[in-house]
Design a protein around this ligand. Structure first.
Ligand SMILES: NC(=O)c1ccc[n+]([C@@H]2O[C@H](COP(=O)([O-])OP(=O)(O)OC[C@H]3O[C@@H](n4cnc5c(N)ncnc54)[C@H](OP(=O)(O)O)[C@@H]3O)[C@@H](O)[C@H]2O)c1
Length: 281
């Protein structure tokens, strides 16, 4: 039987990079990384780049940028998935976001376009704290964040990628939607406390009003469309709608989801939060 060829969009990012590595470890080498830096390049903002990347592909992992929550996501996902189907892609696994109305529209578009599909809906990733937007404030020792009351069930990108790999390889996950969360609810303050304790860093935690946070980001020249997304994520997605845990990771993987403290201990071992050394004279 011909081995399927898998395209991994976001293949250099938090989940995609892990998915690619795990497929390779499983001996599946017939993969293509979707990235602006690969040959052929793949760019969500350049539809002309899609056909070459999709040609010869059987299965696609869709990790959209910047986020399925943006108002234009449905039209981009519709164009991408219909081209993929026309070019012979049979199976699509979509990384979706919990509690995002636009993401639900994109899920429906994938379900219509694909002969086989799985939906993997995730809550906020642990890895935002060591590979994403929260790394710099942690290293600066001053974590300023909108004053969100509601806790979030932060999920580990290793768990998400393990589930995605199962969905890509095993047809028993076809037609299934999984809601992935970590095993516990944590506020940002509690997450930062754990990181400070695990890493030995002093991190001042300062919740501020959303408007002040936006003003601060604007002063750092963060573009307006990113400001819109950040406000949406902090005010809507984190309004309490996702403040519950599921056991879908355990259902798919047959093991417990990783805790935030396991994540923090592993991130410390990688050295990314290592306290900066005081230069010796
Ligand atoms: N982060 C979270 O907490 C979270 C939670 C739930 C769902 N999600 C969803 O997960 C997805 C990715 O999340 P993330 O923001 O954490 O990023 P990420 O996985 O770290 O993604 C970065 C990846 O996106 C690629 N990329 C960036 N801009 C691109 C473009 N214009 N065209 C093609 N590829 C592009 C990058 O590739 P190159 O730079 O190599 O081109 C890189 O591989 C998003 O759809 C998001 O909604 C995220």
């Amino acid at each position: 039987m011909k081995e399927q060829k898998i395209l991994i969009t976001g293949g250099t990012g938090k989940t995609g990079r892990r998915v690619a590595g795990k497929l390779q470890q499983a001996g599946i080498i017939n993969i293509r990384i979707g990235s602006r830096r690969e040959t052929p390049p793949f760019d969500w903002d350049a539809p002309g780049s899609w056909e070459e990347v999709l040609t010869g592909i059987d299965t696609v992992y869709i990790s959209f940028q910047p986020d399925l929550a943006i108002p234009t996501s449905a039209s981009v996902i519709r164009a991408f998935t219909s081209l993929a189907s026309r070019l012979g892609v049979r199976k699509m696994v979509l990384l979706s976001g919990r509690g995002e109305a636009e993401a639900i529209k994109c899920e429906e578009i994938v379900k219509e376009a694909a002969a086989s599909w799985s939906i993997v809906r995730a809550s906020w990733f642990n890895q935002n704290f060591d590979e994403g937007i929260f790394l710099d404030p942690i290293l600066a020792g001053h974590f300023v964040v909108p004053g969100v009351e509601s806790p979030e069930p932060f999920t580990d990108a290793d768990d998400i990628s393990d589930v995605v790999v199962q969905c890509l390889l095993d047809d028993k996950h076809n037609g299934k939607t999984y809601d992935l969360t970590g095993p516990e609810l944590l506020t940002f303050g509690a997450a930062i406390k754990q990181i400070a304790e695990a890493s030995g860093r002093t991190i001042v935690f300062e919740p501020i009003p959303m408007d002040d946070y936006e003003q601060m980001l604007r002063s750092y020249n963060v573009p307006e469309d990113q400001l819109w997304l950040i406000r949406y994520l902090f005010t809507e997605v984190l309004d309490g709608r996702n403040a519950n845990v599921t056991n879908d990771i355990e259902k798919v993987l047959g093991r417990k989801a990783r805790t935030f403290s396991q994540y923090a201990a592993d991130a410390v071992k990688k050295g990314v939060w290592t306290p900066s050394k005081i230069p010796t004279l």
